[in-house]
Design a protein around this ligand. Structure first.
Ligand SMILES: Cc1cc2nc3c(=O)[nH]c(=O)nc-3n(C[C@H](O)[C@H](O)[C@H](O)COP(=O)(O)OP(=O)(O)OC[C@H]3O[C@@H](n4cnc5c(N)ncnc54)[C@H](O)[C@@H]3O)c2cc1C
Length: 352
């Protein structure tokens, strides 16, 4: 019989972060991924750690997101030293365009000479970013180095139950047993947990272009478009948003809209060279807060999904808190707002 302490379903950034933090505590973990590690949304993200653009200071995720960004900075150094993986952490700031801005147009021109906008803005010096594929890979490499076993190209068909509690998983060919199963399968989590994990797929598209030299110093975050400079020569233009769409593929409509908005903000972008486009599907919950924690009724089941637009940003804190919850049985107060027990989950589960 194949048995482990914990089984993690899903090879994205969330499954990777959880496996990594569990492995640091010596937990015997099996991770199962339908395709290849990082295949899902986690390799499609722009990689912004945009706390200030996403959450107001009184938002339930604000402090967690701040802490996660701080941890990612430390992890960047650790992954570089121990694995030789550069996750591209850069604390280069973010210019948030919008009506509440305190900067004058002259201030903004000084910060970003190539930017053309009539909107006021706010400059957040703490704004940071990582490279999504590299971060996801780094968590998994570190977890594997610590002894986590990974099965790729393996579809988890269902959870195994015994006397009302989860005791393992069944794939197309085998059964694996564990006291705890963590579902971190991104938008597909709702298929594995029908009625228990209501999620809306929200497809997004991104364009990557190459510029001769760096056009922007920091991320520009506007209402309908963001521009993220990556290193000296790459720039990401993102992202479209199609609620209810879980399909793959990039549409001309999406690309044309993004290009129009991006070149209106930075006209010189029109001279950039085409690099590539891609799409991914964000897992959105009914109240935009992820589901992180033990299921209230099904013992042995832990959920860690629904990170919507901020899975990269929240990965470190999710990994750490879930590992603490599972292995040390600590339920931090901070997890209360994201608990799968909160009001509305059941009602939305029935409706989806
Ligand atoms: C266009 C776009 C831009 C984004 N930009 C940002 C950003 O700038 N900053 C940020 O923080 N976040 C961003 N995000 C959000 C971020 O990408 C997601 O929140 C995050 O990747 C979710 O990670 P995950 O591990 O939960 O899901 P995923 O990465 O989707 O991983 C889930 C994995 O589970 C596997 N799986 C599913 N079902 C099964 C099964 N039955 N058996 C086995 N395996 C299974 C899938 O194959 C997949 O690999 C963006 C997302 C998109 C689409």
């Amino acid at each position: 019989m194949h048995s482990y302490d914990v089984i993690v379903v899903g090879g994205g950034v969330i499954g990777g972060a959880i496996s990594y933090y569990l492995s640091k505590q010596g937990v015997r973990v099996l991770a199962v991924e339908q395709r290849t590690l990082g295949y899902g949304a986690s390799s499609k993200a722009a990689g912004m750690l945009a706390v200030e653009a996403e959450y107001q200071p009184d938002h339930p995720l604000y402090d967690l997101a701040m802490e996660s960004r701080r941890q990612l900075k430390e992890l960047a150094q650790l992954f570089l030293d121990e694995l030789g993986i550069d996750i591209g952490f850069e604390q280069n700031g973010m210019l948030l365009l919008g009506s509440k801005g305190s900067l004058t147009l002259e201030d903004m021109r000084e910060l970003e000479p190539k930017l053309r906008t009539k909107e006021a803005g706010v400059h957040y010096e703490e704004g940071a970013q990582i490279r999504s594929k590299q971060l996801t890979l780094a968590y998994w490499r570190a977890a594997i180095a610590n002894g986590v076993e990974v099965l790729e190209q393996t579809d988890v068909k269902r959870l195994l139950m015994k006397e009302g509690r989860v005791c393992g998983i069944e794939t197309s060919s085998q059964k694996f047993y564990a006291d705890t199963v963590i579902v971190a399968s991104g938008v597909a989590s709702s298929e594995l947990l029908p009625g228990l994990c209501p999620l809306l797929p929200v497809k997004g598209e991104i364009i990557s272009v190459t510029t001769e030299k760096r056009l922007l110093q920091r991320t520009i975050y506007a209402r309908d478009c963001y521009l993220v400079p990556k290193g000296e020569n790459e720039l990401l233009i993102g992202a479209t948003s199609y609620p209810g769409d879980g399909t793959e593929g990039v549409s001309l409509e999406g690309v044309m809209g993004l290009l129009a908005r991006a070149t209106a903000l930075v006209p010189e972008l029109a001279k950039a060279k085409w690099n590539e486009t891609w799409s991914g599907v964000r897992p959105r919950t009914f109240d935009d807060l992820p589901y992180i924690g033990r299921h209230p009724e099904i013992q042995g089941l832990v959920m860690a999904t629904g990170h919507y637009r901020n899975g990269m940003l929240l990965s470190a804190i999710t990994g750490q808190l879930v590992s603490d919850l599972v292995w040390n049985n600590r339920v931090p107060e901070a997890l209360a707002p994201v608990s799968p027990e909160r009001r509305g989950v059941v009602e939305h589960g029935l409706a989806y």
